[in-house]
Ligand binder design. Structure first.
Ligand code: TXA
Ligand code: MG
Length: 338
C-alpha cells in the first residue's frame, strides 16, 4: 500500500514521532483494534505499556513495522513461508511469530526466543510507522489499548475511556474496519501453527502456503501463546453463551429469577419482556466481528445483571468470533483489576 505522504507529514504524526522518540506512549488506530504504542527498542517506554495496561511482565508484545522489508532486522530466521505470507497479507491483520534477532528486548518477547511482527493496514498507522522508523532499525511495540484482560478498543473513545491519562497522545483514525485482533501464525518451528484466529483464516493461509496448518480450535484453552489465557476480552457483567434454540428458555428462566438480562443474538427471533434488552447482531461473521467489542462495551455499561450471547456456529468462518466470545465468557463478571 502506498503510504499517504500528506498524512506522513501531518503535524500530529510529527508530534507522535517526537513523543515516541522521547519514550512516551502514543495510541494509534489499526485495521484490527487500537494499539498502545511505544518505541520497541526503549526499555523504559516498553515498561510504561505494561504499567498502563496492568499487564503481567511475561506477556510478549507485537512489534509493528512499516513494511515487510523490515522483517530481517527483527527476525534472525525468515523462512520462505513467512515471506510468502508477508507478501500475501501485509499490510494486514496477520502477526508472524519468528526467531528473534539478538537486539530484541526480553520485555518485548517475554524472554522467549521468538518475536511477533506485524505490518498493520491503516493509513494513520502506516504514516506513523514510516515517519517513526525512517532508515533506522525501529519498530512500535503495541498491544491492544485496553486494560489487561478487558475488551479491546475499536474506537478512540474506547481508548480514552479505558486508559485516559496514561496515553500521552491519541491518534484518532475512526472506528476500526475489522474489529478483532490479527491472526497470529507461529512460523518459528516446523509446521506453521495458528496461535490466535482472526480475519485471515486457516484456509486463506493454506491457499498461500499450500500446506496444512495446525489450528487451535475455539475453546481449546491451552496457553500456547504466552499470554493467551482462557479469560480475555471480558466485560464486567457476567456473560454466558447459549445455543440459539435454547435462548428463549434461558431468557425466561433468568427473568423469572429477577435478573435484568441483555441478549446478543445473530439469528434467534427477539423476545419482548420487562427487564430484557434484546440486541440483534449481524448474521455474518465479518460484520459481527466489526461490531462485537463496541456492542459488548455498550451492553456492559448498561447496568444489566447478565449478558446472554447466542453461540456462534461451529464452522471455520466463525472461529475467530467464537474464540473471543468464549474468552469473554470465561473472564466475565470479575472486577477491573484482574
Ligand atoms: O491486531 C492486533 O494484533 C493488535 C493490534 C494493536 O496490532 N495487537 C494485539 O496485541 O492484539 P496484544 O498484545 O493485545 O496481543 C498480542 C498477542 C498476545 O496474546 C501475545 O501473547 C502474543 O500476541 N504474542 C506476542 N509475541 C509473541 C511471541 N513471541 N510468541 C507467542 N505469542 C506472542
Ligand atoms: Mg490484547
Amino acid at each position: 500500500m502506498p503510504v499517504d505522504s500528506t498524512l506522513q507529514n501531518a503535524p500530529e504524526i510529527a508530534r507522535a514521532v517526537e513523543l515516541l522518540r522521547a519514550g512516551e506512549l502514543v495510541a494509534f488506530p489499526t485495521e484490527t483494534v487500537y494499539g498502545l504504542g511505544a518505541d520497541a527498542s526503549n526499555p523504559a517506554a516498553v515498561a510504561k505499556i505494561f504499567a498502563a495496561k496492568g499487564r503481567p511482565a511475561d506477556h510478549p508484545l507485537i512489534v509493528h513495522l512499516p513494511d515487510a522489508a523490515a522483517l530481517d532486522a527483527w527476525a534472525r530466521i525468515v523462512p520462505e513461508a513467512a515471506r510468502k505470507l508477508a507478501a500475501a497479507f501485509w499490510p494486514g491483520p496477520m502477526t508472524l511469530i519468528l526467531k528473534r534477532q539478538a537486539h530484541v528486548l526480553d520485555a518485548i518477547t517475554g524472554g522467549q526466543d521468538t518475536v511477533g511482527l506485524r505490518v498493520p493496514n491503516h493509513p494513520v498507522a502506516l504514516a506513523l510507522l514510516h515517519a517513526f522508523v525512517g532508515a533506522q532499525v525501529r519498530g512500535l511495540a503495541a498491544p491492544s489499548a485496553n486494560r489487561y484482560g478487558r475488551i479491546s478498543p475499536t474506537s478512540a473513545a474506547h481508548v480514552r475511556a479505558e486508559l485516559g491519562a496514561a496515553v500521552t497522545l491519541m491518534l484518532d483514525g475512526g472506528p476500526c474496519a475489522i474489529g478483532i485482533e490479527s491472526t497470529i501464525v507461529d512460523l518459528s518451528s516446523g509446521t506453521p501453527r495458528i496461535l490466535r484466529p482472526g480475519a485471515i483464516t486457516a484456509a486463506d493461509i493454506a491457499r498461500v502456503l499450500g500446506e496444512t496448518l495446525l489450528t487451535r480450535a475455539a475453546g481449546d484453552n491451552t496457553p500456547r501463546v504466552a499470554g493467551s489465557h482462557a479469560a480475555h476480552y471480558a466485560p464486567s457483567t457476567p456473560l454466558r453463551l447459549v445455543a440459539g434454540e435454547q435462548l428463549a428458555d434461558a431468557v425466561r428462566a433468568e427473568l423469572t429469577s429477577g435478573l435484568r438480562v441483555a441478549v446478543l443474538a445473530h439469528t434467534a427471533t427477539s423476545v419482548i419482556a420487562k427487564n430484557l434488552a434484546w440486541h440483534a447482531a449481524p448474521a455474518d461473521p465479518a460484520p459481527y466481528a466489526h461490531d462485537l467489542y463496541a456492542t459488548l462495551r455498550a451492553l456492559d455499561a448498561a447496568g444489566h445483571d447478565l449478558l446472554l450471547v447466542e453461540a456462534p456456529p461451529a464452522n471455520p468462518a466463525w472461529l475467530a468470533v467464537a474464540d473471543r466470545l468464549q474468552r469473554a465468557a470465561c473472564g466475565s463478571g470479575e472486577d477491573d483489576e484482574t
